[in-house]
Design a protein around this ligand. Structure first.
Ligand SMILES: Cc1ncc(C[n+]2csc(CCOP(=O)(O)OP(=O)(O)O)c2C)c(N)n1
Ligand SMILES: [Mg+2]
Length: 353
């Protein structure tokens, strides 16, 4: 990444110009991470149905471009608060498929070592903060980390995802307000998937929340959330502006929740025609078409990802259940390391090369 301090007034680059900074290998990687996310979540759903995943199971089917595209634009030193439909971000930061499947099954090899078999995890070594279930508390956590970066005069950003349902909560407004007042280097990605559980957005707000950003003193942009490259471009732009002292950005990723809220939800309340309309805009199909045009064998890529998931499933199933005697270990952090100090692990970062 650039290390010099740039001037404040650089005009934002057009999204197409920013996306043009993606090399062919980047375009393939975007597709690969989306395939990995979808394949892993499909596998986890099967394991859930076999009784191997305790509790319920949440996925981001159809929303893969939102987490993959945004996380792709971040640097190892940035910090992420990843939510329940954003598995792609963990993958990009280097959490292995095996650890993710082990996490869902509550196994020792999972990220929390079996202390939570769900999506409430984060691996601080990858720069990802564990998710707090109360929504959208992570907006405040991200704003807090961005404030620490500002006070320490560090060139890095914090980013968090949250759903449309979060925008009706007080914490949303508190985080937006403070980020605007302090002009913090934080990126808020609003994952507008049309529903918060069974409540459609028409019953949630009278004004599209992306318009609220201006009221809090910073830009809000609406992006096609089913286009990984558009998500990458918007996030990269927001990041560069934040690093240049330009403050926060609200990115609304317009997408659709293609599955129920969780495995138990048959989502009878979603009109079938609406789903069909969005199925035609599948983010993986869209990126696959771009990658095919580069003369890359997409079928071979799909087979490679499937083989990786099969091997990861095998290893995750071999991981033992945790020792009950260790249940209270790691509940409170015993160390004194400043977790904001070290760089996160991001094997595929646009800035790592
Ligand atoms: C404050 C709070 N209320 C309720 C819940 C339970 N809950 C978890 S996810 C969810 C739906 C959230 O909808 P949205 O923000 O649109 O995200 P989506 O699930 O659609 O991605 C609810 C109600 C919660 N986690 N926190
Ligand atoms: Mg929603």
């Amino acid at each position: 990444m650039a290390t010099e301090t740039a001037g404040r007034s650089a005009p934002p680059a057009a999204a197409a110009d920013v996306a043009a900074r993606l090399e062919p290998a980047d375009r393939v990687a975007l597709l690969r991470y989306m395939l990995l996310m979808r394949g892993l979540e499909e596998r986890a759903m099967n394991l859930y149905r076999q009784g191997k995943v305790p509790g319920s199971f949440y996925d981001g089917f159809g929303q893969e471009a939102v987490s993959v595209g945004a996380a792709f634009a971040l640097a190892p030193e940035d910090r992420l608060c990843v939510l329940h439909r954003d598995l792609g971000a963990h993958l990009i930061r280097g959490v292995t498929p095996e650890r993710i499947l082990a996490q869902y099954m509550g196994r020792e090899a999972g990220i929390t070592g079996g202390r939570d078999g769900n999506v409430h995890f984060g691996d601080h070594r990858t720069g990802c903060v564990g998710m707090v279930s109360m929504l959208p508390d992570m907006m405040l956590v991200a704003a807090g980390m961005a404030m620490a970066f500002r006070i320490r005069e560090e060139r890095r950003v914090a980013l968090t995802w949250f759903g449309d349902g979060s925008t009706s909560r007080g914490d949303f407004h508190e985080a937006m307000n403070w980020a605007g007042v302090q002009q913090l280097p934080v990126i808020f990605v609003l994952e507008n998937n049309q529903y918060a559980y069974s409540t459609p957005t028409t019953d949630q707000y009278a004004v599209n929340p992306v318009e609220r950003a201006r009221a809090y003193g910073f830009p809000g942009v609406s992006v096609d959330g089913n286009d990984a490259e558009a998500m990458f471009a918007a996030t990269l732009e927001a990041r560069e502006r934040a690093l240049d002292g330009g403050g926060p950005t609200l990115i609304e990723a317009v997408t659709m929740r293609m599955h129920g809220h969780a495995a138990h939800d048959d989502m009878k309340y979603v009109p079938k025609a609406l789903l069909e309309e969005w199925r035609a805009k599948d983010p993986i199909d869209r990126q696959a078409a771009r990658v095919s045009a580069l003369d890359v064998d997409v079928d071979a890529l799909r087979a490679e990802v499937r083989a990786e998931i099969d091997a990861a499933t095998q290893r995750a199933l071999e991981s033992p259940m945790p020792d009950p005697a260790t249940a209270t270990d790691r509940v409170f952090y015993a160390g004194d390391t400043d977790v904001l100090v070290e760089d996160g692990h991001a094997p595929y970062s646009a800035f790592a090369r």
